[in-house]
Design a protein around this ligand. Structure first.
Ligand code: AMP
Length: 400
């Protein structure tokens, strides 16, 4: 952020897509806290700050009469918390662009902060609408994008808006810089061996990442629901576990490529199995290659946890994306906990660890281990795409 903010109005796209409870109280303010350094730096530099963000999916979750559920998705819910964090009174505008937004932005003085209404209240936001973006750009002199979580989306507020600022009038924020620096550390010459831990529900969501990892990781630990498609590809019998039949051939191909590239693949030797997808189901431990009919693997078992932990302990760098089991249900959370603990210990011993991807981040937060990781990303999909080697559209737009 080498811009001169003095006496400038600075439009910052932040990612304030925070979880709220049914009383509209913030239950996890990680994303707000992550954006504070950029906001503070601009205020300190003599700028006035105009913040914009999305919150939830108001277009998809319209009310029965077809209207936007303003009460649920308004960014007004964030004003008090943000004011407390910044120790100043944040002003709120009930629209993203329009007469009111223009008037409030033009009256804004240096040192002041204005929060605009949810960008996704505008149907044009996710379409990257030019008119909407032009309206946003007209509110400020400079544009800063610090919303790493949405940097992979070509939306009006994340990408199109940047078109209306000259290269010397736009920049990425401190959070975005930090995310890219840490992810790049893994992509470019990471301390070896590099271990990738990939979990979560489906193989299909992680194909590109797995393919890419086969080119640069030394070992890949595969857990979660996606492991059972690999078990099937190896001729195992995963019972009623989550399996993507149409990805079995691909899983076999990935295993072949791993052999060719000398990448060691770890699949869970054993699993915690259950007779229903339910926290109160009957449970047992079984070899993952031989799960009985009617039962499903919902977590990695004790032997797998031990083997995975040993591999993690020997790593120079670690990438973790996706939980090892259905960690939301206590009986199936132990595998994910064991991995989180192992990654924390390896980090303490000097390894570089990056946790990227929504659910693994939720897991380390839940286990209060986030501070023990080298870096915990705020962006799920964006981090995944960056690690897959894609150029993030929101980042590219800042230099065009
Ligand atoms: P993802 O968004 O792809 O990282 O997937 C996360 C989801 O995968 C979580 O909600 C987990 O409950 C789910 N998951 C993890 N392991 C399993 C499993 N063995 N069977 C079914 N779902 C799983």
């Amino acid at each position: 952020m080498k811009l001169d903010f003095s006496n400038k109005k600075v439009l910052i796209r932040v990612d304030f897509n925070v979880p709220l409870n049914d009383k509209f109280r913030i239950t996890d303010d990680t994303r707000i806290r992550a954006a504070l350094p950029t906001i503070r730096k601009i205020l300190k530099g003599g700028g006035a700050v105009i913040l914009m963000s999305h919150l939830g999916r108001p277009q998809k979750k319209r009310k029965a009469d077809g209207s936007i559920d303003v009460k649920k998705f308004t960014l007004k819910h964030l004003v008090d918390h943000l004011s407390k964090k910044l120790k100043l009174e944040v002003k709120f505008c009930p629209e993203t662009i329009g007469e009111k937004a223009t008037a409030m932005a033009s009256k804004l003085k240096k040192g002041q902060v204005l929060l605009l209404e949810n960008t996704r209240f505008n149907a044009g936001e996710s379409k990257g609408d030019e008119q909407l973006a032009k309206g946003m750009a007209a509110l400020a002199d400079l544009y800063v994008n610090d919303a790493f979580g949405t940097a992979h989306r070509a939306h009006a507020s994340t990408t199109t808006v940047a078109k209306f600022f000259k290269p010397e009038h736009k920049s990425f924020g401190l959070l975005m810089a930090k995310e890219i620096k840490n992810a790049s550390k893994l992509l470019n010459d990471p301390p070896r061996p590099l271990t990738a831990i990939i979990g979560g529900a489906k193989v299909s969501d992680k194909i590109l990442l797995l393919e890419k990892l086969l080119d640069f990781a030394n070992q890949i630990i595969i857990g979660g629901g996606m492991a059972y498609t690999f078990i099937l590809a190896k001729g195992g019998k995963p019972g009623n576990s989550l399996v993507e039949e149409d990805r079995v051939a691909l899983a076999a191909k990935l295993l072949d490529k791993a052999k060719k590239n000398k990448v060691k693949i770890f699949l869970p030797k054993d699993s915690i199995i259950a007779d229903a997808f339910d926290a109160n189901a009957n449970t047992d431990t079984a070899y993952s290659m031989r799960i009985r009919k009617g039962w499903m693997g919902l977590d990695v078992g004790p032997k797998a946890q031990e083997e995975f932990a040993q591999a993690i302990a020997k790593s120079g760098s670690i990438l973790w994306n996706g939980p090892m089991g259905v960690f939301e249900m206590e009986p199936f959370s132990h595998g994910t906990k064991a991995i989180a603990t192992a990654v924390a210990a390896a980090t303490e011993a000097g390894a570089f660890s990056l946790v990227g991807g929504g659910d693994s981040v939720a897991a380390v937060n839940q286990m209060k281990l986030a501070r023990k990781m080298s870096y915990v990303s705020t962006g799920g999909g964006a981090m995944l795409e960056f690690l897959e080697g894609k150029v993030l559209t929101g980042v590219a737009a800042l230099s065009e």
